[in-house]
Design a protein. Structure first.
Length: 197
């Protein structure tokens, strides 16, 4: 089992990276969007926690920023009809912590925001995983407790047309900057960050 790859980032695309190890072997890893956004420039050093999928038509490595994200990916693979491509798509559309919360809360609508996940698929994933998701461990701590208004702020931004990942990132930045509680204040701060790009 290849559980981790560390080396020089020699190539990156939205959905994959190529990492050259010190031993001279280059590995291609498929990645979710969240990993792409945290990558260094090409030539920088990168470490990814990996999952090796072995199929009849070949082997494929999937890379993640931390072990928790990989654990959520592996848990998603346990749902009926969810293969590596769909599990990666779920983690590209939602943060690992949001996936876990959606499963625990049986939140069908959140899962339906993922491309290729309709109501029936979302319900099947929840049926298969809701009672098993607590075994993935805990998310890495960022040092900031979630604000009570964060989820409502994210929903408001999605209603305004932003996708889940950018909405959560903007809200997290506002909350970590010290804005808490009032949903309207969080939304205003997040909009300022999103429109400043």
């Amino acid at each position: 089992m290849i559980s981790q790859v560390r080396g020089t980032l020699v190539h990156r695309e939205l959905d994959r990276v190529e990492i050259l190890t010190a031993g001279g072997v280059a590995y291609e890893c498929l990645i979710p969007l969240s990993v792409f956004e945290s990558l260094p420039a090409e030539g920088g050093t990168v470490t990814l926690h990996t999952h090796l999928a072995v199929r009849e038509d070949g082997w494929q490595l999937y890379g993640f920023s931390h072990a928790y994200e990989r654990a959520v990916f592996q848990k998603l693979l346990g749902a009926k009809g969810v293969g590596p491509a769909l599990a990666l798509g779920i983690l590209s559309a939602l943060t690992p912590d949001r996936v876990v919360r959606a499963l625990r809360d049986k939140d069908v609508l959140t899962l339906m925001r993922v491309p290729r996940v309709g109501r029936k698929k979302a319900e099947q994933i929840i049926l298969d995983l809701a009672d098993k998701i607590d075994t993935v461990g805990t998310a890495p701590t960022t040092g900031t407790a979630p604000s009570p208004g964060s989820d409502d702020a994210v929903r408001a931004l999605i209603t305004l047309g932003y996708n889940q990942v950018e909405a959560e990132r903007a809200v997290r930045a506002v909350v970590e900057g010290g804005t808490h509680g009032e949903v309207s204040a969080i939304v205003r701060g997040a909009l300022a960050k999103l429109t400043a790009k």
